[in-house]
Design a protein around this ligand. Structure first.
Ligand code: FES
Ligand SMILES: [Fe+2]
Length: 538
């Protein structure tokens, strides 16, 4: 198995630390008892003499701790660097485990060295001057920071894999009963739960950052497998995730130049899904003209968008317009996504029906919602709530509560996605990718115009807001919306067991969402029937 492209900074760091370990560190280990004698004749010994004002343990007073740490750094750690570089060269996934191990070990050993020096009162320092402190920490900082970077890079690569493995594990559950299809559905709820989302819209497929040059990822739209790859020229293409030859997933292959090469017999595909090369014998035949489906692609708001339907409609079909996320003065936003095991219509119900504030009671996200008005207009269902937002102690001070309208929230199911707005201060788009009838990927774009510095009348500047969001998203926003993910998973399970239970819906907006989903799906199915009839007549 091969993985995403190599992080060049990590590779350069591994090479630098390897070379240093087997030269300058090795020299110290071999000669640490006689460095003062060697200083007059050898440049490496002179380096340690220059450093000795900050720490004599590396010159004329070597201790057991330093010898032990350096012995490990010279004899063991280079093996990790070598394995890491080999893994990078061959793009082996285990390299991240090696990187994590080497990075955390060396970072730990530097911190241990610091701690021993601090606790012991810097016994190796000739004088406690600013220059000596600076030399002591500056000389060690590249090792600490470099290895922390290696750790962060490894964690960044490992976490999505763990997440995806967990999602795969979770998605294996089979339904306990056969739920009604769109055709056999007997009421609005059953029809909504069986409907797809029309493919003739733009859908986010992944975060742009998830696809490096030369990388390939897979996704699905309503059971249709899609491979998305980025050529060495940076251009992104989306094609059916199926080799025309033996139908294996193209996402198992790799990108060469600007083509996706199937892992089995090496057929290569261009951005339009055409077989552009076959590396083996053609048995005397001319080059065949096989192809798989391709999809229009756009990159916007940090997301890769695909148009799964009729490609001719792509150009004239608008996608969500979010001017706040473009231009130099854009609002602060950290996009994130989840795969939830639920039908997309349950997620729309969840997002726009605030009566479920009870679910979030421990986080006090919103309370006392009152539905002020609601309305179905064209392909949208709009509603407005009066609600107390973000009452949790940690979050309370961040909202500008004096701003007119901050006690209201506008929500709109703008088919097939959803947006929300609180007083032009906090807004969101929640974008749905219906992967199949019981799996939906949800992309969250929460964006903030004003965030208050708690207990002051001032707002955070935009740049600082981004840093604040980096804390808020994992600590508050993601755990909050994860509760919704769990709830819709329970609802999906409940529906599959009890789809014929009597309807018991109180919120008047929910049937409007369901009617819109059903109507749009009916329209799509009718358009397909029409197309087939025209094709048959020709
Ligand atoms: S299965 Fe893809 S090239 Fe043969
Ligand atoms: Fe919620």
């Amino acid at each position: 198995m091969r993985t995403r492209s190599v992080n060049r900074i990590s590779a350069a760091l591994a090479i630098f630390f390897l070379v240093f370990a087997v030269t300058i560190d090795l020299y110290w280990l071999a000669n640490h008892r006689r460095l003062p004698q060697l200083a007059s004749s050898h440049w490496m010994a002179r380096i340690y003499r220059a450093y000795s004002t900050a720490d004599r343990a590396y010159y004329d007073r070597p201790g057991k701790l330093e010898v032990g740490l350096e012995a490990l750094n010279v004899c063991v750690t280079p093996l990790f660097y070598l394995a890491l570089l080999y893994g990078m060269l061959r793009r082996r996934p285990w390299r991240y485990a090696v990187q994590l191990a080497a990075g955390s070990w060396v970072a730990y050993s530097v911190l241990l060295d610091f701690w021993v020096a601090i606790v012991g009162g810097y016994p190796g320092m000739q004088a406690h001057t600013f220059g000596n402190f600076f030399q002591f920490y500056a000389a060690n900082a590249p090792w600490l920071l470099g290895h922390l970077y290696l750790v962060a890079d490894a964690v960044r690569a490992i976490l999505p894999v763990l997440g995806a493995a967990r999602e795969r594990e979770m998605s294996r559950r089979e339904p306990v009963r056969v739920v009604p299809s769109f055709q056999t559905a007997r009421n609005l709820r059953q029809r909504a739960r069986a409907a797809g989302l029309s493919p003739n819209y733009w859908y986010p497929a992944d975060h742009e950052s998830a696809l490096a040059k030369g990388g390939v990822i897979e996704t699905e739209f309503w059971n249709e497998p899609i491979a998305i790859f980025r050529g060495e020229d940076g251009k992104i293409a989306a094609i059916e995730n199926r080799c025309a030859h033996r139908q294996i997933k193209l996402s198992l292959g790799q990108v060469k130049d600007c083509q996706l090469v199937c892992a089995y017999h090496g057929w290569s595909y261009d951005c339009e899904g055409r077989v552009a090369g076959i590396p083996h014998d053609l048995f005397g035949r001319p080059m065949p003209r096989f192809r798989v489906k391709s999809y229009p692609v756009r990159v916007r708001y940090g997301l890769i968008w695909i148009f799964p339907g009729d490609p001719e409609l792509a150009e004239r079909t608008p996608m969500p317009e979010i001017p706040e996320l473009e231009g130099p003065n854009r609002w602060a936003c950290i996009p994130f996504s989840f795969v939830w095991r639920a039908h997309h219509s349950m997620i729309v119900d969840n997002l726009s029906d605030l009566t479920h504030g009870y679910l979030h009671r421990d986080r006090q996200a919103f309370s006392d919602p009152t539905l002020l008005r609601y309305e179905a207009r064209g392909d949208e269902v709009y509603c407005q709530y009066r609600v107390k937002l973000l009452q949790a102690p940690l979050m309370k001070g961040l909202l500008d509560r004096d701003r007119p309208g901050m006690d209201r929230m506008d929500l709109c199911f703008a088919y097939p996605h959803q947006w929300g707005n609180s007083a032009e201060s906090v807004k969101h788009w929640i974008l749905l990718l219906p992967m199949d009838g019981r799996t939906t990927r949800i992309f969250f774009l929460f964006y903030f115009n004003h965030v208050k510095i708690p207990f002051t009348p001032w707002h955070f500047p935009r740049r600082l807001m981004m840093w604040l969001l980096r804390l808020m998203v994992p600590l508050f926003i993601k755990p909050l919306v994860s509760q919704d993910g769990e709830a819709v998973d329970w609802e999906q399970q409940g529906y599959e067991s009890h789809f014929d239970a009597p309807l018991a819906e109180l919120c008047p907006v929910v049937p409007l969402f369901q009617e819109l989903v059903v109507r749009k799906w009916e329209e799509y199915l009718a358009s397909q029937t029409q197309i087939r009839a025209v094709e048959a007549a020709q």
